[in-house]
Design a protein around this ligand. Structure first.
Ligand code: FE2
Length: 386
């Protein structure tokens, strides 16, 4: 546990059912200017989530431009298109309505609006030097946490590599978090995005960057997500959607004030090479990496088992941690997470390259157990053989 840390939460959070309907009013009360650049994707538009917001904005006198050319793993070329569009429109603010891909793209477009050169120039930490226009984020999945983080992940199409960028200006000025946006989320997307949120919370809690403040958020996030994910997937009740959204934002606060670790390193490697959606990739690697990590820190993993309400009475830490691992395998199975070997194009011949990409990920040093390239190769094989 670190006793030295920074904690900064610059985002105003507006949480609750129906809050999305007040978007125009919330913007009016908090952000100057009247030119709103809306970043979204076609699926969100088809779900009917964007048009009511735009109508209200226009009725309130705002000028609105919509950019929706975004794929599930957002790409540098899409951000470049966004730069041209936002500069032409001369936006005062960026409103992101969507999942992690949309919010991350909005962050990259905000950066490119006030910075020259390719997105890759800004890979890493605090490379943005100019001010960025304020971002308002409305998440439509209970998973990303991007509405409260300083980070964005964008695929470099030439390297087939997911670049991670972290800048203070990426933190949205306002996050309008409305569980209602997830009521119609399909089952598979509820499962994979929900597992992504669980990974955020578990990695934030177990990684070497964990600290007293991030732990508070991570533990509550684990409790909510583990309790309600199965119900959100199988029944989609309002109660479960509500608590998943709460868990997701808490997990976002936790990991962006701590870090993620090896699960994300592997997920971003396969996402970059094969274009596998982030949540699916994370879901696949969570059980195998947790199994790998437990021997390094049985106490923290046992604590997670307790938070999840597993029957740990009388068990040693290592036994409780083992129970957690087996529950994670069962949870993946129960909510229908696909197998690595069933995903299009995945080939064990690529595991060396994927291990290399995982190793150079900035979050590898944060993994609680020291992890080498050959460990990563073993973990890819283990996940493939499940
Ligand atoms: Fe994630």
């Amino acid at each position: 546990m670190n006793i030295s840390f920074d904690f900064n939460l610059p985002t105003i959070i507006k949480f609750g059912e129906g809050r999305i309907k007040s978007t125009s009013k919330i913007i009016n009360e908090n952000i100057p200017g009247n030119r709103v650049f809306v970043v979204t994707d076609s699926g969100i538009e088809e779900a009917g989530l964007v048009m009511p917001i735009i109508t209200k904005l226009k009725d309130s006198g705002y000028q609105v431009e919509v950019f929706d050319e975004i794929s599930p793993n957002p790409k540098d070329i899409e951000c470049e298109k966004g730069r041209a569009a936002i500069r032409e429109f001369d936006a005062d603010m960026i409103l992101a309505v969507g999942g992690g891909s949309v919010i991350d793209t909005a962050k990259a477009i905000a950066l490119l609006q006030s910075h020259e050169g390719p997105v890759a120039l800004y890979e890493g930490r605090n490379k943005a030097v100019n001010e960025m226009k304020p971002i308002i984020a409305i998440p439509t999945t209970a998973g990303t946490g991007s509405e409260v983080t300083f980070s964005a992940v964008i695929t470099d199409t030439k390297r087939k590599f997911k670049m991670s960028m972290r800048n203070t200006g990426f933190a949205p000025k306002i996050a309008i978090i409305d569980p209602e946006t997830t009521y119609t989320l399909p089952r598979a997307l509820t499962a994979s995005t929900g597992m992504d949120a669980l990974v955020h919370a578990i990695e934030a809690f177990t990684c070497t960057m964990s600290n007293a403040f991030s732990d508070v958020w991570a533990k509550e996030a684990i409790r909510y997500i583990f309790t309600y994910l199965n119900e959100a997937v199988s029944e989609g009740t309002k109660e479960s959607r509500h608590y998943m959204m709460l868990g997701s934002v808490m997990a976002g606060i936790a990991f962006s004030r701590s870090d993620v670790a090896a699960v994300h390193c592997m997920a971003e490697a396969v996402g970059g090479l094969y274009d596998i959606p982030h949540g699916v990739a994370n879901s696949i690697f969570l059980p195998v990496v947790t199994e790998f990590n437990t021997e390094q820190d049985p106490a923290r993993h046992a604590e997670i088992a307790r938070i999840c309400g597993l029957a740990v009475a009388g068990l040693s830490d290592i036994e409780a941690a083992g129970l957690l691992v087996s529950e994670l395998y069962k949870l993946s199975e129960r909510i229908g997470i696909p197998k690595l070997k069933d995903l299009h194009n995945v080939n064990p011949k690529d595991f060396d390259r994927l291990a290399e990409a995982s190793l150079i990920n900035g979050s590898t040093p944060s993994n609680c157990r020291k992890i080498t390239k050959s460990d990563y190769i073993d973990l890819f094989h283990k996940a493939y053989e499940l």
